[in-house]
Ligand binder design. Structure first.
Ligand SMILES: O=C(O)c1ccccc1N[C@@H]1O[C@H](COP(=O)(O)O)[C@@H](O)[C@H]1O
Length: 224
């Protein structure tokens, strides 16, 4: 379980790879510098059981945050699933309240609270979560948006940009938005719900501004 009091100190942006379901993809994400790994415990093509998540989390070092992703579940259910998965973090999507964030924190979890880029500015205020996550207007759609639009509203917050990111646009999205990190699911998949290890590696390298000699450019299709 990884549940530090603050977001782990990693050099560069804090990058989360979401929707992992295989040990091989977990290993690639860790090897290439992911700060956090997301396990989807809610309705999604990427959904896995808490028990499967626990098997994967067992191989995640303390320095990397393991995150249970939930959406419509009530907080008690989210906490039960996260405990069964052995994660230290819960990513809360859906309509949430500050009281729910406090309840999850009181249960011992770090919190990523997801909001939409077109939410009213008060939704970007600090409700006690470790990180805010600002997603597309249609969360999980994989659609890119103008990441600069929330720069002012989110200034002063420690937040992750998400929605439609891929190896080609993540560096520009980080620069335009002022976000402390990025979160991705669709943009590192070869088909819906199927992660591509090469895209995971390219995404992490691009987000961290690493362009190793011999590595295919991140701004070409599929990095090829
Ligand atoms: O990844 C999912 O299937 C998912 C399901 C339910 C809630 C959130 C989910 N993922 C999060 O969605 C955003 C955007 O992802 P994408 O890169 O546009 O596909 C991201 O924060 C994921 O953590």
């Amino acid at each position: 379980m990884s549940a530090p009091d603050e977001t782990p100190a990693v050099p560069g942006p804090w990058v989360k790879i979401c929707g992992l379901s295989t040990a091989a993809d977990v290993a690639v994400a860790i090897e290439h510098g992911a700060a956090a790994l997301g396990f989807v415990l809610t309705d999604s093509p990427r959904r896995i059981s808490p028990q499967r998540a626990a098997e994967l989390v067992a191989a995640v070092p303390e320095s990397v945050a393991s995150v249970a992703v939930v959406r419509h579940e009530d907080v008690d259910t989210a906490i039960d699933r996260a405990r069964a998965a052995g994660v230290g973090w819960i990513q809360l999507h859906g309509q949430r309240t500050a009281a729910e964030v406090r309840q999850v924190r009181s249960a011992g979890f770090q919190v990523i609270r997801a909001v939409r880029m077109d939410d009213p500015p008060q939704m970007f205020e600090d409700w006690g979560e470790q990180l805010l996550l600002i997603d597309a207007a249609v969360p999980g759609s994989g659609a890119a948006w103008d990441y600069s639009l929330v720069r002012e509203a989110a200034a002063g917050r420690r937040w992750l940009v998400a929605g439609g990111l891929d190896p080609r646009n993540v560096a520009a999205a980080l620069a335009a938005s002022g976000a402390a990190g990025a979160d991705v699911s669709s943009g590192v998949e070869s088909s819906r719900g199927v992660k591509d290890p090469q895209l995971i590696a390219r995404f992490l390298h691009a987000a961290h501004g690493r362009h190793e000699a011999g590595a295919p450019a991140a701004d070409s299709p599929n990095g090829a």
